[in-house]
Design a protein. Sequence first.
Length: 750
Amino acid sequence: MTALDPTGPETPELSLAERAALGSGADFWTTKAVGPVPALTLTDGPHGVRLQAEDADHLGISASRPATCFPPAVGLGQSWDTELVSEVGRALGVESRALGVDVLLGPGVNIKRDPRCGRNFEYFSEDPQLTGTLATAWVRGLQSTGVGASLKHFAANNTEYDRMRSSSDVAARPLREIYLRAFQQVVQQAQPWTVMCSYNRINGTYASENRWLLTDVLRGEWGFDGAVVSDWGAVQDRVASVAAGLDLEMPGAGGTTDAQVVAAVEAGELDAASVNLAAARTAALAARGRAGRTLPVAPFDPAAHHALARRAAANSVVLLKNDPVEGAPVLPLTAGRPLAVLGAFAAAPRYQGGGSSHVNPTQVDVPLDEIRALAGNAEVTHAPGFTTDGTGDAAALRAEAVALAAAADTAVVFLGLAAHQESEGFDREDIELPREQLELLAEVIRVQPRTAVVLSHGGVLRLAPVTAAPALLDGALLGQAAGGALADVLFGRVNPSGRLTETAPVRLQDTPAYLDFPGEHSHVAYGEGLFVGYRWYDARDIEVSFPFGHGLSYTEFAYSDLELSADEEGISASVTVTNTGDRTGREVVQFYVSKPGSAVVRPLRELKGHATVTLDAGASERVTVLLPRAGLAYWDTRAERWIVEGGAYEVLAAASSRDPRATASIELVGDELDVPLTLDSTLGEVMSLPGAAETLTALLPFPQDTGDGDALGIDMARMMASIPVRRLVSFAGGAVTTADLEELLARLQS
Ligand code: BGC
């Protein structure tokens, strides 16, 4: 698309009032048709189309048309599979087209800063690189069908509590390196049609009024060419929003804010160019929507999409643990052997989250039925064991289930969080599974050593009490085909290959934002800085239940021959992966990068790329991944730009953030960083210049190193490293003047 002109040539025939009118919705889900500009339909998103036929709301309350409920991001992300994610994006596009939707409100790329955030199930990961990569694939898939994406929630919206007022107070480096990074990657690599600004404030300014965010960074630095849409009801002051670069307020405010925009222009309080620009961008979005409707796409086939949802879900299940019992692992189950399937979620699965993303599914697989379908002629018994609403006689429910477990060959226990325990709109206060579920599990394990647990939940759980079971499958939330997918994995029809996208901590108290969540008096201090997720646990060497990136398989993989090469694109890493087990499996090869001796504060290691590879038993493949140079950069707060440090980088090919399998290092040429030294620079900073040490020693009467270890020499230099240069005038007792020092700095930097 060509650049838009603020004088508004894209909408030359429109009056000021009409241009203002283009900038807010006609109702909850559509924009206005104004003059030649057609209306558009936008709707949620992100893991299914939520098109409300009658009453409209943004909290998933009123019914919507049936659509496939694909795995929410918390589940789908665990596949780490960009092709699969893109396929799901494409299927969502096909359904959007079938239902007449022009823009689907997703993906959500906020970082999972704290496990208590009620909306974490809609987001991919605690890691920005993984989030950005998966979301880019999702947007590309969706937009290939002529349907636009809405990248949300821009930005630093990491808590539900007080989300419409609270300010996310984040320093520049974590903001850039953690919270904005995935947005940047998706904008630059996939150009979503729209970006949705969030409800919250960022460092005091509402996202919807944040010119730095919406204009300087998003458009100026990243080259975004689409329209900025508000989250539903995120506009506080439409005039301020238009001035900041917001193009479309949703939902419409009945035209009231359009009139405010016109009045502000007429009073000289708002530049007409801002209104023209917003109108031109909304008109361009409408044109994209119209053109999209003419792209040929396959018809929506609900059965085929359900099959895709099942495949996606099965690839997203994480096998956390699979210990042997009497010499053989509990999983996969053997068909034909008596099985007790326990837990309320076996008959009434939990597969999606509550709120605006809530989809009315086309069908729902029930795990118990799907297990029975694969169990052969064995007896499969079932008891709920607990209720999710606290009703019923807990002891009697438990006793019934425990008796079935004792009588069977193996027990599979479905545990998890109920819909009312986590949702958009509020945060959790803890990360515990309900007590009656843990009591049930403890008793089942006592009578049945061959016990596997299946977990359904949107937010991270404390898993320590569950790890008493020898086998553990993490289903997170897997969408409407969860039941079939879990049965596939339990019986080994699908070899599990999902990987955690979020660390499972030992205790809530260990989590990075524990003391700064959800904030107070409408401010959230992001006190942990860069150290989010595994970056925190690794830097502080904190034990975790299961690390980021962890996931087992029914086979095993070996890594060998890691080789690195570097050019201006980044580091190319190649490693040979071999399936050393006895069945076909998929491995997620993760590449983490460290910068030993960095001049800035850095996490110990950070994910910078990954690949997936499917291998038959005994097969090997060379996997090559580019770790883009841009991804290796840190945000330099002095230069206010991204900088790649020069020197040695260490690359780990790993099976999880705590399971490195091969290590190699490589030298990179750094970016030029010209931060001029001034009289306020320290001696330490000046000493890093070539020739500075000799010059300063000659100039100043400091004690010399006598080599007798008497706190002289090197120790003196360290002691004095933090003294600003200008203070030498007094410390040197008149031996040097300010002018001398200025001349010296000029000479050293020339
Ligand atoms: C949510 C958005 C959603 C919008 C429309 C808001 O409450 O934050 O994610 O797209 O409602 O339903």
